[in-house]
Design a protein around this ligand. Structure first.
Ligand code: AMP
Ligand code: MG
Length: 396
């Protein structure tokens, strides 16, 4: 039996760091930046007005109230702004360039709003309501460093400094393939003994959520020839094949039967759920991770082994889920020698966590209500209520 860490290392070693690709900014949300983003222009790129109002020489308005002739208008976007003649004001809008010679803005609310002449009722200090060129970002500054995850503000600043595209890490392509002769597509009629296929859409969603890109294959019955045929069609350009089912100790274990001896190693990991695991390179080529079929086992195994490997390949700054320590709301028992990942609901205010559903690995309805995994260490056989446990937050 291997440890959780040993199998994590095996799975992680199957994925190389992803190369960079250029994408349009709008497509960059959630992607990991592959190279620093350098400002092609300063922010602001010119001195401009922070208010709708009048550009003036502060010294000429020191004795406010003062009335000055309005020399010209400066709407936002005007590119041919002349210098401000001495003894005048310019009517100026927010974001418009401050005319040469002007050094302060009097907001329109502190004036009579005149267009020929303007009565200025307040004396501004030099610099009032002027946004200085480069006060936020200087040209040549690194505004985003490689490894940053691009959210709205990051995409915004990349655009603001002039980039229509950014270099991001390519998302690993993960083929998701479910196995089982009992499986039926959701929506089709069910005969007694059949179940709806849930691991495929579930794992594909988990792959996408990790920042990779899933391709969901049609699921196959427990038939080695069909399994291998579906795989063979599709592995070009694929970074990882992710199967579920068919890896435990029974008969008709299609994944094991098809892949054992072809570069994929099967064994038991000291954890629950998710003991039976396999990983390797099919005939020395495409990376394969084989998850157990029980839906909770499959998703927990994904969390423990696959998600961190995908994140590492992406150069993602958050490889692990956020971990917090919480007090158990109830007593738990656990087998010795197995790390258990129980499903729970955190009460962040109280600092407590309550198990939901119990240990069995078919309780997907309970897992769908959980927001965390409770980690019960290998050596623990009993945890009394109030014990402190590590908790992985799943929606973080
Ligand atoms: P297996 O690992 O193939 O022995 O499957 C273990 C359990 O998980 C069985 O109860 C299967 O019916 C169930 N199972 C396997 N694959 C899926 C799937 N894709 N969707 C839903 N349940 C599954
Ligand atoms: Mg099966």
């Amino acid at each position: 039996m291997t440890t959780v860490e040993e199998h994590r290392a095996v799975v992680a070693s199957l994925l190389a760091p992803m190369p960079a690709e250029e994408v349009a900014l709008y497509d960059a949300r959630g992607r990991v930046l592959a190279a620093d983003v350098v400002a092609g222009t300063a922010l602001p790129s010119f001195d401009n007005s922070a208010m709708d109002g009048y550009a003036v020489r502060a010294a000429e308005v020191a004795g406010a109230p003062v009335t000055l002739p309005v020399a010209f208008d400066v709407p936002a976007g005007r590119t041919d702004v002349p210098p401000l003649p001495p003894g005048t004001a310019a009517r100026i809008m927010t974001g418009a360039p401050v005319p040469e010679g002007a050094d302060a803005i009097v907001p329109v609310e502190q004036t009579d709003g005149g267009t020929e002449t303007v009565a200025l009722k307040a004396a501004p200090e030099v610099g009032t309501h002027v946004r200085r060129a480069a006060e936020d970002v200087a040209a040549g500054d690194v505004v985003l460093t490689a490894g940053t995850v691009l959210g709205p503000a990051q995409i915004g600043v990349a655009a603001a400094v002039g980039h229509p595209r950014v270099a991001v890490r390519r998302r690993p392509v993960v083929l998701v393939l479910s196995t089982g002769s009992e499986l039926v597509a959701p929506g089709a009629p069910l005969r007694h003994g059949q179940i709806y296929e849930s691991n495929g859409p579930m794992l594909a969603a988990a792959v996408d959520d990790a920042g990779a890109r899933a391709e969901l294959l049609r699921f196959v019955p427990d038939d080695v020839a069909q399994f291998l045929a579906v795989l063979a069609e599709r592995t070009a350009g694929v970074d990882l094949v992710l199967t579920s089912g068919g890896v435990s100790a029974g008969a008709y274990e299609v994944v094991k039967d098809a892949l054992a001896g072809r570069g994929v190693t099967f064994g038991k990991v000291a954890m629950q759920p998710g003991g039976p695991q396999g990983a390797g390179r099919l005939d020395g080529g495409v990376a394969v991770v084989t998850l157990p079929g029980n839906p909770v086992s499959a998703l927990v195994s994904f969390e423990v082994f696959v998600r961190p490997a995908l994140r590492a390949a992406l150069g993602h700054p958050h490889i692990e889920r956020p971990v917090v320590v919480a007090r158990l709301a109830q007593r738990l028992t656990s087998p010795s020698g197995r790390r258990q990942f129980r499903r729970g609901v955190v009460d962040a205010r109280e600092g407590t966590v309550a198990e939901i559903g119990g240990p069995p690995s078919h309780l997907l309805g309970s897992m769908a209500k959980a927001d965390c995994l409770i980690v019960v260490p290998e050596e623990a056989t009993e945890l009394v209520a109030g014990s402190e446990v590590a908790v992985w937050l799943l929606d973080g």
